[in-house]
Design a binder for this molecule. Structure first.
Ligand code: DGI
Ligand code: FE
Ligand code: FE
Length: 195
């Protein structure tokens, strides 16, 4: 049986890639993604699976993540960007190659879970937002974000991405272009500030 269909083996494999805290976060994202999928009409099992896999190589050495990117395909500007972004793009490659995940929707949800992008799919939005609001997250504004996520996926995601952009600017860090494009795209589709 494929590891993807053997839950215990899959969880053990994921657990072996990361520190305990990251694994607890991973289970939280899977749970939140399932709840959001139910609320907003995405595929529950795909959302949960993408949540389980989204940070698969987050705890790997940066050089190992970079090697995965270099040996495969990555956006031209990624290696110049914050290394925090590598794990999302490398993760999508690794779970395909090492675990045999072939579902393109799940792979894209992993790939874009950190940066977002223009025209995010429902599943991508669900996983990206679940990453922000899972039960173990604690940051200023997370409660407000959870409440917004009860009502409106796009508003919550705009608030989440906007918060990250704000934080990065406050830290004098680069903002990856896709994050700005994702934020603008959602705000545009919302028709401006409506909340
Ligand atoms: O992997 P997680 O910690 O669960 O969460 P994540 O995948 O959303 O990673 C977020 C980190 O990436 C956070 O510390 C902010 C950092 N980061 C650096 N540059 C950017 C960025 N996040 C976004 N969305 N866009 C950036 O340009
Ligand atoms: Fe992540
Ligand atoms: Fe995460």
């Amino acid at each position: 049986m494929s590891i993807l269909h053997d839950r215990e083996r899959l969880l053990a494999q994921i657990r072996a890639q990361m520190f305990e805290k990251r694994y607890i976060h991973t289970l939280g994202v899977a749970e939140s993604a399932r709840i959001l999928a139910q609320r907003f009409g995405a595929d529950l099992d795909k959302a949960e699976m993408a949540g389980l896999l989204h940070d698969y190589c987050k705890c790997w050495e940066i050089d190992r993540q970079r090697q995965v990117l270099i040996r495969h395909d990555y956006p031209a500007e990624l290696l110049e960007a914050d290394k925090e972004l590598y794990h999302a793009f490398a993760g999508a490659i690794v779970v395909q190659q090492e675990l045999g995940m072939e579902d393109p929707e799940i792979l894209q949800a992993i790939r874009y879970h950190t940066t977002g992008r223009v025209d995010m799919t429902l599943l991508e939005k669900v996983v990206c937002l679940a990453d922000y609001i899972e039960p173990n997250r604690a940051f200023p504004g997370v409660e407000e974000l959870r409440q917004l996520a009860e009502q409106d996926l796009d508003k919550a995601l705009a608030q989440a991405l906007g918060g990250t952009i704000h934080l990065l600017i406050g830290q004098r860090k680069q903002v990856y272009p896709l994050t700005l494009l994702a934020y603008n795209d959602i705000i545009k589709k919302l028709g401006g500030v409506t909340w």
